[in-house]
Design a protein around this ligand. Structure first.
Ligand code: SF4
Length: 327
């Protein structure tokens, strides 16, 4: 029995309750990023806004601060947002946030974060290739990024990573090498992973680059295959994919102007990853697949079946015959 499962058998997690703080704390704007367009959130809720919303909850949740660089706020502001959770959310709630990798290199910031029930710190690490990072207008010292993560690990802070594919100047090989470097650092730790295939969003520098022909985005098919290879290897190395592709929203649908924008891109990537794994483990099958993954194989024009046929070098009808769905 096999299957790439986004929960990967972990215990029941608390339901997430997200707040979007668009560009909060960010020092610049990465070329591909337009948080307001992606999330539809136009303003940053204050700690009091957060408190008011959390007081309405009746059960513990994982309270999330996304959409900016949380620990680039001044320390007092970070504390106010954390206090809002511990004061107003139901007991047992935890906190998850996304931030820039180096934001926890400061001892006082780490000490502050450690004093709250933080369940996961998602670090934006779209790439570790200095040239790719520089083209994305991100801080471009991979050794510092890895060193900063090591410091967090020493303090037992729970790490997660947000990575990307299809960035300007990025190759499939370099993206997988980056992820393998992170795997070498994490060793046996369990790290959540989000994978975002790069989209061209209105109002970004990437849109300008695309319009003048300096950037060629991936097609949906290219993203499915690159993402499939990436996720297959990531799961093998012990990462837990919790999200693949941006959450589809009305705002995203109207603001993504080019690139692999598809409401089921995550499923296509998981189907490709699953097909790679199945054929790697048994080249000729039969392939036993949990029934709950049936749509990955039979949905979207039998995408998963086609990928198995391709990797096993057999006709699609034969691939179909050798896949056995099991309860
Ligand atoms: S990708 Fe992250 S760090 Fe870059 S602009 Fe967007 S929110 Fe800020």
């Amino acid at each position: 029995m096999t299957g790439i499962d986004r929960s990967c058998g972990r215990g029941a997690a608390l339901k997430k309750f997200p707040f979007f703080l668009p560009f909060a704390g960010c020092r610049g704007q990465c070329v591909y990023c337009n948080q307001r367009a992606i999330t539809g959130a136009l303003s940053v809720p204050s700690p009091d806004d957060v408190r008011r919303a959390l007081k309405k909850l009746t059960a513990p949740r994982e309270i999330c601060y996304f959409g900016g660089s949380f620990c680039r706020f001044p320390k007092d502001t970070v504390k106010e947002y954390l206090d809002a959770v511990t004061e107003a959310a139901p007991a047992g709630s935890t906190i998850r946030f996304s931030t820039y990798p180096g934001d926890l290199s400061d001892d006082a910031m780490r000490a502050l974060i450690k004093s709250y029930p933080v369940s996961r710190i998602e670090l934006g690490i779209p790439s570790l290739d200095p040239a790719v990072l520089a083209s994305c207008r991100r801080e471009a010292d991979p050794d510092k990024i890895l060193g900063d993560i090591a410091v967090m690990m020493k303090d037992s802070l729970p790490v997660g990573v947000q990575m990307m594919i299809g960035l300007p100047g990025q190759s499939r090989e370099s993206s997988i090498r980056d992820m393998e470097k992170l795997a070498a650092l994490k060793k046996n730790d369990i790290w959540d992973m989000r994978l975002y295939p790069c989209l061209v969003i209105t109002g970004t520098e990437l849109e300008r680059m695309w319009r003048i022909g300096c950037y060629k985005p991936l097609s949906v098919f290219e993203a499915a295959l690159w993402g499939g290879e990436f996720i297959d290897r990531a799961v093998e190395l012990g990462f837990v994919p919790i999200r693949i592709g941006l959450q589809e929203t009305e705002s995203l649908a109207s603001e993504a102007v080019a690139g692999p924008h598809h409401p089921a891109l995550g499923e296509l990537i998981l189907a490709d990853a699953e097909a790679r794994k199945l054929v790697r483990c048994s080249h000729d099958g039969p392939w036993h697949v949990p029934r709950r993954f049936i749509s990955r194989f039979t949905g979207h024009g039998r995408f998963g079946v086609k990928r198995i046929a391709e990797y096993a070098a057999i006709p699609e009808s034969e691939a179909c015959r050798r896949i056995i769905f099991e309860s």
